[in-house]
Design a protein around this ligand. Structure first.
Ligand SMILES: CC(C)(COP(=O)(O)OP(=O)(O)OC[C@H]1O[C@@H](n2cnc3c(N)ncnc32)[C@H](O)[C@@H]1OP(=O)(O)O)[C@@H](O)C(=O)NCCC(=O)NCCS
Length: 156
């Protein structure tokens, strides 16, 4: 496995089961819903404009990311919000999450956005250090008990 070869792929009939089989550690389940649950939620809530991809490392599915992509209404109206993000427990700590997030941020920036948002549930093993190292900052808002974070894109 070469962790430098990280890329995003669409989820189709050919890889859906493999992506749904991805798992975080038991102690991390408090921070993120499963891929199956997320895909069901996406199907049920088209108004949130769900956008999702599998994270691949070479030819192996290693993670999953889902955004609310410029929803037409609601708290994140017109913005890009990372709703789910996970790297399978077998692949964590290898730089895959950072590489995948870099690619997501590039796509969001290419969509003309000036920022990328997410939120996390505080607790032991929370993903805050991961997002902080990436450049996210708290906005000061709390959304349903979750701390809202923002990555501001600087002009290139
Ligand atoms: C958060 C997550 C996606 C990060 O993916 P990853 O591939 O393990 O992250 P990387 O290997 O790219 O790590 C990048 C940096 O963040 C750090 N980091 C990653 N996850 C961390 C965590 N939970 N706590 C502290 N530091 C963390 C790494 O140590 C690394 O730091 P370094 O650059 O100083 O070495 C992954 O740990 C995960 O799926 N966690 C469970 C689900 C979750 O919390 N998702 C976020 C929901 S909002």
């Amino acid at each position: 496995m070469n962790s430098a070869d990280v890329h995003l792929r669409e989820i189709t009939d050919d890889n859906r089961d493999a992506v749904r089989a991805l798992r975080v550690r038991r102690d991390q389940k408090q921070f993120v819903a499963s891929v199956s649950h997320s895909l069901k939620e996406a199907a049920k809530k088209p108004e949130t404009r769900p956008w999702y991809r599998a994270v691949y490392c070479g030819d192996e599915p290693a993670g999953f990311v889902m955004l609310s992509w410029r929803p037409p209404a609601g708290r994140y109206e017109g913005r890009h919000f990372i709703w789910r993000f996970l790297v399978d427990k077998r692949y964590q700590g290898l730089g895959i999450g950072r590489r995948a997030l870099t690619q997501v941020a590039d796509l969001v920036r290419a969509d003309g956005a000036t920022e990328l948002l997410t939120s996390y549930q505080p607790g032991d093993g929370e993903p805050w250090p991961f997002y902080r190292k990436f450049g996210f900052e708290p906005t000061g808002e709390i959304d349903d008990g979750e701390i809202v974070l923002r990555l501001a894109f600087t002009a290139r």
